[in-house]
Design a protein around this ligand. Structure first.
Ligand code: F6R
Length: 361
């Protein structure tokens, strides 16, 4: 039942405030400015013994893992990175006993992720799951983990589950941080930021009419560039994937800092750029990238916390804590992908050649 929506994608985008609320419910501990994650199976001593974090997933879940890795580094100061599970398992990786491995998956059935988990377990590693479907294969094979509680996701492309994965990583980063050096004051600040998310998601979705207009305009492009820097880069990658999947428009994502090392050659009026521009310590650097694009007559759509003078259009999103901004900045671009695909008459819930759960190699 689509409850008045024309597609599951549209319905699921609009379920995100409730979904995030569910991910937070019962987990926040105001007394100690931390969170409780019941199924984690990692006591404070274990948490303090972690020397590295390695996050594994595919597609959108891998992008959620990239944001998660940044949050864990920032809040818990543990070196962390994400890698596609498929790459990891084919390169005979060094499995390190002091590394905490985290497998991320909506379905909990993705074969490459499951196979990576099994290989890690065989080698004696500690593996946690960050999974949506309760009781799925990856949830069962891992030593513990976090359910992301996004609820059932029917559309082939992931939207609300991505958001809940990133929120769940925020919770984990806060939890790990508070067993280490994150202060009570910073813990409080992050909790306040997390609590603001559902309301801020509603604000973003209330801006739907503007996004629909912009999508119609940009739907004429043959190809689009997505750029971001540090926190904004995985957001750009995920937005680029979403656009490709549902509209079939070619898109690529680059770190804004890499533009001048090659992709700037592509910039011209027919190649629009979507730029993620958070109001953080990198704002001026990002503005400089917009200037470089403008100097080559590139069209720019910015997603930012305030109007960007160099951009042709800005979608303004509400500001949260710097460490949590990445959770919100991709949401308008889910709607952008949806409306672009709609303008082009695509089969939005079932894009050609794709399946909801990839249980083969
Ligand atoms: C993108 C998308 C895919 C999945 C990927 C992993 O919108 O849906 O890229 O994210 O196939 O699937 P899960 O999360 O079920 O392991």
């Amino acid at each position: 039942d689509m409850g008045g929506h024309d597609t599951y994608m549209h319905k699921e985008i609009h379920e995100q405030a409730d979904a995030v609320d569910r991910a937070l419910r019962g987990r926040i501990d105001d007394r100690f400015s931390t969170v409780h994650l019941g199924g984690l199976n990692l006591d404070a001593r274990d948490a303090r013994a972690v020397r590295r974090v390695k996050i594994l997933g595919c597609g959108t879940s891998y992008h959620a893992g990239q944001i998660g890795a940044q949050m864990i580094e920032e809040l818990a100061r543990i070196p962390a990175d994400a890698e596609p599970a498929s790459e990891f398992r084919y390169r005979n990786p060094v499995v390190d006993p002091d590394t905490l491995y985290i497998a991320v998956s909506q379905s909990g059935e993705t074969y490459d992720v499951l196979a990576a988990v099994q290989e890690l377990k065989r080698k004696g590693a500690r593996v946690l799951g960050l999974v949506n479907v309760v009781g799925s294969a990856i949830a069962r094979e891992t030593d513990g983990g976090i359910y992301v509680h996004a609820g059932p996701e029917v559309c082939v492309v992931s939207t609300k589950c991505f958001t809940n994965m990133v929120v769940s990583f925020g919770l984990l980063a806060l939890h790990l941080g508070r067993t280490r050096d994150l202060s009570v004051a910073d813990g409080k600040r992050i909790i306040e930021g997390l609590r603001k998310l559902p309301g801020q998601i509603e604000e973003i979705l209330a801006n739907e009419a503007q996004i629909e207009e912009l999508a119609k305009e940009y739907a004429e492009a043959k190809s689009m560039m997505f750029i971001g820097r540090v926190r904004g880069y995985p957001v750009a990658r995920e937005a680029s994937l979403k656009l490709k999947e549902v509209s079939y428009i070619h898109a690529e994502a680059y770190p804004a800092s890499e533009l001048k090392h090659g992709p700037l050659a592509l910039i011209e009026p027919a190649m629009p750029t979507v730029a993620i521009v958070p109001d953080d310590e990198l704002l001026e650097k990002n503005r400089a990238a917009l200037e470089e694009i403008k100097a080559r007559s590139g069209r720019i759509l910015a997603v930012a916390h305030q109007e960007q003078e160099k951009a042709d259009h800005t979608i303004v999103v509400p500001k949260n804590e710097d460490e949590l901004d990445a959770i919100l900045m991709g949401i308008p671009l889910q709607l952008f992908a949806y409306y672009t695909a709609k303008a082009m008459g695509r089969d939005i819930d079932k894009p050609r050649n794709l399946a909801k759960s990839v249980t083969v190699e």
